[in-house]
Design a protein around this ligand. Structure first.
Ligand SMILES: Nc1ncnc2c1ncn2[C@@H]1O[C@H](COP(=O)(O)OP(=O)(O)OP(=O)(O)O)[C@@H](O)[C@H]1O
Ligand SMILES: [Mg+2]
Length: 502
């Protein structure tokens, strides 16, 4: 599997030693809406920052443990990132509007070009999994932390690039990719349409998705029409609606989170429903067979495959069957997925609830792991639903990133995604999104330290503390990671001194 890790050019090495800058979102928002001079200022900042961050990602990738650094997948990513450092350093720092136009085109090219990164890392992780076999389970927590760390940096990098590209257009209520009027209901609805379609393409059926908003105090009933709540109409007396429905955030990231969670929910419901239908069909056939034998008509039994689903079709069979037998628990359609959102004072929350059977407690941790699934056939994510991970997903081994990446997108802004499962019934996934404020002044700590202020090598304990601040990390995780990093540092020092001696 392994090949020699590629060597970085001197230029990349030099950039990787420079410090990144943490951009407060407020500053990005202001510069993105500002004058021509502001835009040039932003271009200059980004010119330097994108080169440094790409160089640091290369450096970090080459320090990966467990043979990951030597895999072909990681090699491809490093080659690709280091070429951006070369492109950028060959490009003059923008000093006038004409340069900025060319610079923006270069950023577009970088954005398009590295679309394959998630897949390349997937193949790298699978290579290591295959090489380590069951021992992979021991290193899985650390690989997940490494992936978290890599992807949160990449989210930050792509955020900067996309912000500069989109800030070229003047859009009311927007500054680059940040908007002051994010409509959670609209996003949920369009993400639901895409998620349903994706699951329908994959499994042939998908549940409906109902979207409710700001209606915590309104009972949700069968007869309630979802759109009433999603738009807030009919809720005039609700105290929750009087204020703070202006939500400043990055809509493409909110959409990515919603799409991933809704697709998971629809898929769980649809496959659970299909399983139950099959089970009911089998039970039905057994009863039909029993009835036929009792009636002395065993020779005319239909074959298993020839009995279509549905009451009408089976009712044509020549036996009397008790009427209650046809009822499934869900009727003719799978139970709908429900997405509920609420605007709070500090944050906007979304809950996606499904009746897809839930997850056993022992599998919840694995669900957050990277590149774990691969059991379902994969249709590509719709392009606009993918934010920055829009590579085609035809390779099964790249499946299993939706949940962890959705959580990272929320954590990047100081929010979170939490999953609660009732095994045997269904799953609730909560999304908490910080209000970034009209001018993003509520920039959370998690964003301020990420990604720019993180140490670019995985060798330091400081980087563990910074990572810890991005989200919950148990003491056991921290202890484990600290120990492993310490061991790796010692190994690296040993091999360095051996190289110096020889
Ligand atoms: N709502 C849910 N109900 C039941 N299981 C779920 C639910 N959401 C996630 N899971 C489990 O967690 C696993 C990981 O989810 P994740 O979204 O990361 O990957 P995936 O859906 O398998 O692939 P993709 O990368 O396309 O999203 C799923 O394969 C599934 O087993
Ligand atoms: Mg998924």
């Amino acid at each position: 599997m392994a090949r020699a890790a590629i060597a970085l050019s001197r230029r990349v090495e030099d950039f990787s030693r420079k410090s990144c800058r943490a951009f407060p979102l407020e500053e990005l928002y202001r510069l993105g809406r500002g004058t021509g001079q502001d835009r040039l200022h932003l271009a200059r900042l980004i010119h330097q920052e994108v080169a440094i961050r790409n160089a640091q990602l290369c450096k970090e990738l080459l320090l990966l443990p467990f043979g990951l650094a030597q895999t072909e997948g990681v090699g491809r990513v490093v080659e690709c990132f280091s070429s951006y450092v070369d492109w950028l350093s060959a490009f003059p720092v923008p000093q006038e509007p004409k340069h900025d136009e060319d610079f923006t085109q270069l950023l577009e090219q970088i954005l398009q070009d590295n679309a394959d990164v998630t897949r390349s890392l997937g193949t790298a992780v699978h290579e290591v999994k295959t090489a380590l076999g069951s021992a992979y389970e021991e290193v899985r927590p650390e690989v997940d932390l490494i992936m978290d760390r890599f992807f949160i940096k990449r989210i930050g990098l792509r955020f900067l690039i996309q912000h500069h590209i989109e800030a070229a257009q003047v859009v009311p209520g927007a500054s680059g990719i940040i908007r002051s009027d994010v409509g959670v209901g609209e996003i949920l609805r369009s993400a639901a349409t895409e998620a349903r379609k994706s699951v329908e393409d994959e499994l042939g059926i998908s549940p409906d998705v109902e979207v409710f908003g700001d209606g915590a105090e309104i009972p949700i009933t069968q007869s309630t029409h979802a759109s009433t709540y999603a738009t807030g109409r009919g809720l005039g007396s609700s105290p929750n609606l009087v204020h703070n429905r202006h939500f400043t955030h990055v809509p493409s990231h909110v959409r990515f989170i919603c799409f991933e969670l809704l697709r998971n929910a629809c898929r769980a419901v649809a496959s659970n429903w299909q399983r139950r239908q099959l089970q009911e069909q089998q039970e039905l056939l057994i009863s039909v067979a029993d009835a036929a034998f009792k009636a002395g008509d065993g020779d005319n039994l239909p074959s298993y495959q020839s009995v279509p689903l549905g009451r009408a079709a089976v009712a044509t069979l020549p036996f009397a069957v008790p009427s209650g037998m046809w009822k499934t628990n869900h009727g003719e359609r799978p139970a709908p997925v429900r997405a509920i959102f609420a605007y709070g004072r500090d944050e906007v929350s979304i809950k996606v609830s499904d009746e897809g059977g839930g997850l056993p407690r022992s599998e919840v941790q694995t669900a957050w792991s990277y590149y774990t699934s691969g059991t379902h056939s994969h249709s590509a994510r719709p392009r606009h639903a993918q934010v920055d991970f829009h590579e085609p997903r035809e390779l099964l081994q790249t499946a299993g990133v939706g949940l962890p990446l959705a959580r990272l997108h929320a954590r990047y802004y100081g929010g979170d995604v939490v999953l609660k499962s009732m095994e045997g019934f269904g799953t609730d996934v909560y999304v908490f999104l910080h209000r970034l404020g009209q001018c993003c002044e509520n920039l959370p700590q998690g964003v301020r330290i990420s990604p720019a202020q993180q140490d670019s090598s995985v060798g330091g304990e400081a980087s563990i503390r910074l990572l810890e601040a991005l989200g919950d990390m148990s003491e056991a995780d921290v202890a484990f990671l600290t120990r492993r990093l310490h061991e790796r540092r010692l190994r690296m020092q040993d091999s360095q001194s051996a190289a110096e001696d020889s």
